[in-house]
Each structure stands twice: as C-alpha cells, then as structure tokens.
Write a protein that binds this ligand. Structure first.
Ligand code: ADP
Ligand code: MG
Length: 240
C-alpha cells in the first residue's frame, strides 16, 4: 500500500529526513514513535505531499507521488489524515463538516453524503451529535468527528499524527477505541503516537525514529518490549 524508499527532506540547510525506507502492507497498522523533532510529522506530511520530498520515492497504492506528472489531487483523495488539532470548521454543524468535502470533492449528492456521514458518525459513537457545533463537543468528541470526516471520503489509507496528544487524559481512551476498531476492520493505518500501550496492542510494526533516521523497526514485541538499540532504550525509559 505504501512504499517509501530513500526519502530525504531538507528545509534550507536543515536535513530533517536522512534516508527513510519502509513499507506498509494493505490492512497493516504501523506505529511511528520517537522523540520530538525526530521528523515524524515531516514523514507523514511527505506521504500525503503536504511536503515535497527533497529526494527519494513515495509510492501509495502503486502511484509514485514524487512523479511530477501524477494527479496529486486524485492520489491525495485516497489518503485520510487526522492531526493533533482537529481542524473542524467551527461555523458548521457536525453533519455539515462531514458532508462538505464529500459534496465538493467527490461530487456526491446531498442524500448520499448525509447517509455516509451518519454511517461514519455511528462508527465513532456520535450519531446523536449530528446537529451540534464543534465548540459544543469535548476535545475527544471533536477528534472522533475528525476521524469520521476522514472516513466519509472512503480513504484506502489513514494517517494519524499524534491524534490524542492535545486531549485531556480522560478523553484519550475513547479516541483510541475508535482507532482500534478501525484497525480491526482492516484499515491501513500509519500512526504517529506516544501511546505505547496502543502501539503494543494494535501495531503490526513499530518504527522508532531519531534524528531523521529509522533506528530500528519490527514487531512491538521486539521494538517496545525488547529494544536492541541504546537510543530506543533511552526513549522508551522516558515514555513508559
Ligand atoms: P516530530 O514530528 O518528530 O516532532 P517534525 O517532523 O515536526 O518532528 O520536525 C523535525 C524537524 O524539522 C524539527 O527540527 C523542525 O523544527 C523542523 N521542521 C519541520 N517543519 C519545518 C518547516 N516547515 N521549516 C523548517 N523546519 C521545519
Ligand atoms: Mg510531530
């Protein structure tokens, strides 16, 4: 589903990604962990071309996103992204937040867009909030709305960048429950997170990044429970 080869990204003189290689198979969940500033967000942003790689290739579902001739909008449409900040439209009701891109980008009719929106609100346990405004919801509910909004676009791949980091601790669990369910339903997911219990239970593979490189990657039983590299051990000692 995703193949990243020798990915480099610089901002001016600062090289943030220094040759990243990994793959995500369809239906897999990959968790990316690592200290702040190690390049995790930049990596995700290269996967949906919010950043243009300096060098290397990013293949998503066979399409080379670094090919200048590719239809970027079409490629991006397959990819959902959920950020730390929920980025909902504050002036729109929840239901309208979920239908607007379906109608404008996918050209769905109103009835179908509403049907899909309600289906996805039910999936995240918020069917009763369709007519609320974002400000009337808790942070955890807003993040679940943001997930439902992404799902309404029928993505093949979901990217999550620290989706629970801005939430009060008691609201984290509900968001992680939704993500676990999504993983069980077979969604392909690339998740940057500091939630080690989630990574241990849900990830097929954990990627530990530090200083713009992948220091080690493997199943959680290896990377989290039995890390081989000193840098991984130091990081885990801090977060566990
Ligand atoms: P992480 O998500 O692991 O905390 P980031 O990918 O956000 O790391 O950032 C990695 C490094 O790249 C940091 O030093 C950050 O300051 C730098 N960086 C990120 N985006 C930009 C940008 N648009 N311009 C300049 N530097 C950036
Ligand atoms: Mg980040």
């Amino acid at each position: 589903m995703v193949e990243i080869r020798d990915l480099h990204k610089s901002f001016g003189n600062l090289e943030v990604l220094k040759g990243i290689d990994f793959t995500v198979d369809r239906g897999q969940v990959i968790c990316v962990i690592g200290p702040s500033g190690s390049g995790k967000s930049t990596l995700l942003r290269c996967v949906n071309l919010l950043e243009e790689p300096t060098k290397g290739t990013v293949l998503v579902d066979g399409a080379d996103l670094t090919d200048p001739d590719i239809d970027i909008d079409a490629a991006r449409r397959q990819i959902g992204m959920v950020f730390q900040q929920f980025n909902l439209f504050p002036h729109l009701k929840v239901l309208d937040n979920l239908t607007i891109a379906q109608r404008r980008v996918l050209k769905r009719g109103k009835a179908e867009a509403v049907r899909v929106a309600r289906e996805n609100l039910a999936k995240v346990g918020l069917e009763d909030k369709a007519n609320s405004y974002p400000a009337q919801l808790s942070g955890g509910q807003q993040q679940r709305v943001a997930i439902a909004r992404s799902l309404s676009m029928d993505p093949d791949l979901m990217l999550f960048d620290e989706p629970t980091s801005a939430l009060d601790p008691e609201l984290v669990g509900d968001v992680l429950t939704v993500m676990r369910k999504l993983a069980q339903d077979g969604m392909t997911m690339l998740v940057v997170t500091h939630e080690m219990a989630f990574a241990r239970d849900v990830a097929d593979r954990v990627v530990f990044m530090d200083g713009g490189v992948i220091v080690e990657q493997g199943p959680p039983s290896q990377v989290i429970s039995d890390p081989q590299h000193e840098r991984t051990k130091i990081f885990l000692r801090r977060v566990l």
